[in-house]
Design a protein around this ligand. Structure first.
Ligand code: DNO
Length: 346
């Protein structure tokens, strides 16, 4: 596996130099951040990331994310042009040496939490989710808003979007995903890029919003839409792992050839549809990190891995989930775990 680290560009308080000092780090996962979803990324901006990374001995082979605009997910009249723009981004990224593009097909919200600074017994704080709190904040019926919500929509726009998705429903969303994949995957094949969809986080719907990348059955349906390896997955262990019914080791064994990128993080279930993020090692939470890594190695996985969401420890303040310290600890844990497994597997 190739160990990577997410970098949010020049505004990221975690510098490329710091990232390069983490033992065995091979590259960064990044994106062009100054273009709105749906726009085409300039070749200069893409190459600038690559050059900045190279100055620190880091590769830039993974993009997270090329965001999919709501108009594509809703399949409205703007969708065909926006899909064409998306394909152009795939071509440009492939040309610049990017090998893997992570994206998601979650309506309106990306990851959703009820708390961003959940206090833990050891003095750390972390992201947490409690369904009761989330449901009490339904934007259609209450004034409250959750942390991490996209502030670029005003309340009316948000209501309109939620209503449009409620009307679309799961089958409608599947249909629009199919249109997207049938256009984008052939371009990815030509460009030498693996597309890697990120699961819904958490992997269930809320506020009437359909969510479809949630578990094994739906993944099977997803892979069958365009049955080539370039139509692949970002296996995010914390996202799928939020549902205790998801057997992640089985997912790895079933879909190994489609897994191009792995977000390895741990969460702890604290109740029904209630969890908090914890340190990366298996014994810190409910996800079998060892079992998942073992299954990846056994299946010959040679894609990209990154530590995901760290807690805030040692007084660090920063971008929620994306501080330096706990993710760096996660990275070294993962490096050790994979070193042992890969050597044993030889
Ligand atoms: C959360 C991340 C997600 C991920 C996107 C991919 O921290 O794992 O925001 O980047 O869902 O499109």
């Amino acid at each position: 596996m190739k160990l990577t680290f997410r970098w949010y560009g020049d505004s990221d308080p975690v510098s490329l130099e710091k990232i390069s000092q983490i033992p065995t780090m091979t590259g960064i996962v990044s994106a062009v951040y100054d273009v709105k979803p749906g726009g085409v990324w300039s070749e200069e901006s893409i190459l600038k990331i690559k050059e900045d990374a190279a100055k620190h001995g880091l590769d830039f082979e993974v993009v997270e994310s090329v965001p999919v605009p709501e108009d594509i997910k809703l399949g409205n009249e703007k969708a065909p042009q926006l899909i064409e723009n998306y394909c152009e981004n795939v071509r440009r990224l492939g040309k610049a040496g990017v090998k893997c593009i992570c994206y998601n097909f979650m309506p309106v919200f990306d990851w959703l939490r009820s708390e961003l600074e959940h206090q833990q017994a050891d003095g750390a704080n972390a992201l947490a989710y409690d369904e009761q709190t989330v449901l009490a904040m339904n934007p259609l019926t209450s004034e409250l808003s959750l942390p991490g919500w996209d502030a670029s929509y005003n309340k009316e726009e948000l209501k309109e979007l939620l209503n449009a998705y409620a009307k679309l429903g799961e089958e409608g969303l599947w249909k629009n995903l199919e249109t997207f994949l049938k256009a984008v995957i052939p371009v990815a094949v030509e460009s030498g890029v693996n597309m890697a969809i990120h699961p819904d986080d958490p992997p269930w719907g809320m506020f009437g919003l359909p969510r479809i990348i949630t578990g094994k059955e739906n993944l099977k349906r997803f892979f069958d839409i365009v049955p080539v390896t370039n139509n692949g997955l970002t296996l995010c262990t914390g996202s799928f792992g939020a549902n205790p019914d998801n057997d992640l080791v089985d997912m790895v064994n079933s879909f190994a050839d489609r897994i191009h990128f792995v977000h390895l993080r741990n969460i702890k279930h604290t109740g029904k549809r209630k969890f908090e993020e914890v340190g990366h090692p298996t014994e810190c939470g409910s996800v079998d990190m060892y079992g998942i890594a073992k299954a990846l190695v056994k299946n010959g996985f040679d894609g990209y891995v990154r530590p995901d969401h760290g807690r805030m420890i040692w007084g660090e303040k920063g971008r929620y989930g994306y501080g330096l310290f706990d993710r760096a600890l996660g990275a070294t844990y993962l490096a050790g775990l994979f070193e042992a497994l890969e050597k044993e597997n030889r």
